[in-house]
Design a protein around this ligand. Sequence first.
Ligand code: AMP
Length: 450
Amino acid sequence: MFDGGEKCAVVGVFGVKSSAKLAYLGLYAMQHRGQEASGISVSNGEKISTIKGRGLVSMVYDDAMLEKLQGESAIGHNRYSTAGNDSILDAQPIFARYALGELAIAHNGNFPNAQAVRQRLIDKGAIFSSSMDTENLIHLIAQSHQVKLRQRILDALNQVDGAYSLVFLSRSKLFAARDPRGFRPLSIAKIGDGYMVASETCAFDLAGATFVRDIEPGEMVVFENGKEPESIRFAASEPKRCIFEHIYFARPDSMLFGESVYDVRKGLGRLLWQEKPVEADMVIPVPDSSIPHAIGVSQASGLPFELGIIRNHYVGRTFIEPLQKIRDLKVKKKLSPIRSLISGKRVVIVDDSIVRGTTSRKIVSLLKEYGAKEVHMRIASPAVLFPCFYGIDTPNKEELIANNLTVSEIADYLKADSLAFLSIDALKKAVHSHEDFCLSCFDGNYFHNL
Ligand code: AMP
């Protein structure tokens, strides 16, 4: 599988002065969706300019740069890190000149069959400059025989299968499209006289935009000067939204697929407790991602919610070698239990998921080292048994701990006094219309041609 947009953020702004600054704010709010690289392309109606750089949004851009990016439409992207690729070549938006002019694209998602499409394009003479699935789209659009860009984009989308939330910027238009299964989110908001689209609604909150609606699976929206946004249904909608967005990936203050992420997470915690209670003194989250889930566990159990582990938000590399070897220095730099709180206590530690098991193992050992009498691990999602092909960065089957060990073997490996996962049935109960969700990382039901 080629590397695609993966677990990234996309944003688009149309018909507003300072569109680049609004795109910047959107990307800033969606930093959690990708920290490796960030980029913004702006059109001033005559030409498209792009800035891309490695690292966090706050490191990539400064005021002077954003001031130079003048124009009333923009798209932007945050890239999530995946091993082994040159992050600048693989940073987005991707820009190209082709028969109809200039085009920039930003992508969140993954095309599982990208390699076959790429080979077909290479056989026809295409030259690629990155390892991203997204580059396929540029070539498919450039080679299309359709006259108008919107038709060329639809032509290209019809030739790819997989997960995408995409924004396209031409000199005069913005296009935003979601794949027919709608794996990844993409919403529209109103801002001033213009519009904003973003992977997550938390981007609108920071930019001061007002949420209008989600783009539907199989829908492309065209933004053009002097016209209302035009909706094109290019494929029948067969929703398979990513459940992992709700479990872990999205920000808790976002509305995702029509539901509050925070509420869904608390619901997961409540259901987890109903299924797998245990005698204990307190509930603590693995900060920060599991805080809402742990609140749900606490509310359902009546056990006090405590911040038993404090997370250091300023972790970087340690340049000074410690005087003596400190066990688990890496995890201790990031997470530090409150000794006086947990010492001698039976704690329920809640995490949103277990993937390889590395995090949980270190956390259990840390809690024990700080004096916890019993450590009961509760996971607010089912065991991850299958890799994701649609843009969540889960590893190969062999690396997934639940694929190799039973629940009690995992508990032994973690050295936890007990371990329990949420059931798939309970997970389905935590969201509206569960049949519209993709649960492939838990049940192995995939939705593309394998
Ligand atoms: P692991 O240590 O491999 O079991 O990873 C599980 C931990 O990583 C949990 O604490 C999750 O909050 C977090 N997590 C889950 N999925 C992902 C992902 N796709 N990328 C990064 N972190 C994740």
